[in-house]
Design a protein around this ligand. Structure first.
Ligand SMILES: C[S@@+](CC[C@H](N)C(=O)[O-])C[C@H]1O[C@@H](n2cnc3c(N)ncnc32)[C@H](O)[C@@H]1O
Length: 285
């Protein structure tokens, strides 16, 4: 396990993932019934943007820093408020030095009746996560394999909530693993909401992943992608993708405006490609 999210925290992919995560959680809060979030690959919780790792890549400058400095229109600002408020709460002095990963962002949006289980296997990140969540009776950090947790923890006793699967993609075949994990979890808990992240480096590989997901024939599977306008010689992360299963019903409509707005900001107005489509039914923008 070599992956360290501290190098990438707050980058353009985190911005899209966390903006969508915050919208899903905001909708889960619409009803008074408790919900549970299962974060299978949670990371360290909070990241120091002035630290050595973030300083080496400065990826956050092209992500969260750009978003915070952007001139957002009122509808986009309102949709991003839960996310941006959580970022602001971590940076009370104003300057951006800390960034909330998925468990810290979730924690900011939990109500007293809601719960979070956050799994992290890498020892340093697991210790940081455990420190972060200690003392919050709503949240629990567990140092176990997230893939195992996925099958072990669904369905949650609340029968409402979200499973976030955000692996590091260090090993070949992780896209297939993601498809199989979704199929198994969905069989156990068909009404749960799932959010799966995937990197876009090679569009052929992504097309094959999407085909396999489509074959699962899970109703209400939304594909959300943003591909930056980078040269094809660039073998790095060109784009970011999310699969949302059973998303809150207003998410599609919100992302119709929010995704292109994020694309404009994160690609500095250069052409970027966004996709918002149902895998069953194919509604594409
Ligand atoms: C992309 S990062 C997670 C970022 C986090 N979800 C966020 O949005 O802030 C992936 C994390 O998974 C951890 N990890 C790798 N293999 C794991 C496994 N089998 N089970 C749980 N965590 C794992 C890595 O150490 C890393 O912290």
């Amino acid at each position: 396990m070599n992956y360290r999210h501290a190098y990438h925290a707050g980058n353009f992919a985190d911005v899209v993932k966390h903006a969508v995560l915050a919208r899903v959680l905001t909708h889960l809060r619409d009803k008074p019934a408790a919900f549970r979030v299962i974060d299978t690959h949670a990371g360290a919780g909070v990241y120091d943007l002035s630290g050595i790792e973030a300083g080496k890549t400065l990826e956050w400058r092209d992500g969260i820093d750009r978003l915070i400095g952007a001139d957002l229109d009122q509808p986009a600002r309102a949709l991003l408020a839960p996310y941006l408020d959580a970022v602001a709460a971590l940076n009370p002095a104003g300057a951006l030095t800390a960034y909330p990963g998925s468990p810290a962002l979730t924690q900011a949006l939990l109500r007293p009746q809601d719960r979070l289980i956050a799994c992290e296997l890498e020892p340093q990140a697991a210790a940081a996560l455990s420190n972060r969540l200690r003392g919050d009776a709503r949240a629990k950090a567990v140092a176990i394999d997230g893939w195992t947790a996925l099958t072990a923890y669904v369905p949650p006793k609340e029968r409402r909530g979200l499973v976030l699967v955000d692996p590091p993609f260090e090993q070949p075949g992780e896209l297939s693993r993601l498809t199989q994990a979704l199929a198994a979890a969905h069989r156990k808990w068909p009404t749960g909401c799932y959010l799966l992240w995937y990197p876009i480096k090679d569009t052929t590989e992504v097309a094959s992943f999407v085909r396999k997901l489509s074959r699962l024939a899970i109703a209400k599977t939304l594909r959300i992608e943003l591909i930056l306008a980078t040269s094809t010689e660039d073998k790095g992360l060109r784009g970011t993708g999310l699969i949302a299963v059973n998303p809150p019903w207003r998410l599609y409509e919100e992302l119709e405006s929010l995704l292109p707005a994020l694309g404009n900001i994160l690609s500095r107005g250069a052409a970027c490609r966004t996709t918002l489509s149902w895998l069953t039914g194919e509604i594409t923008t």
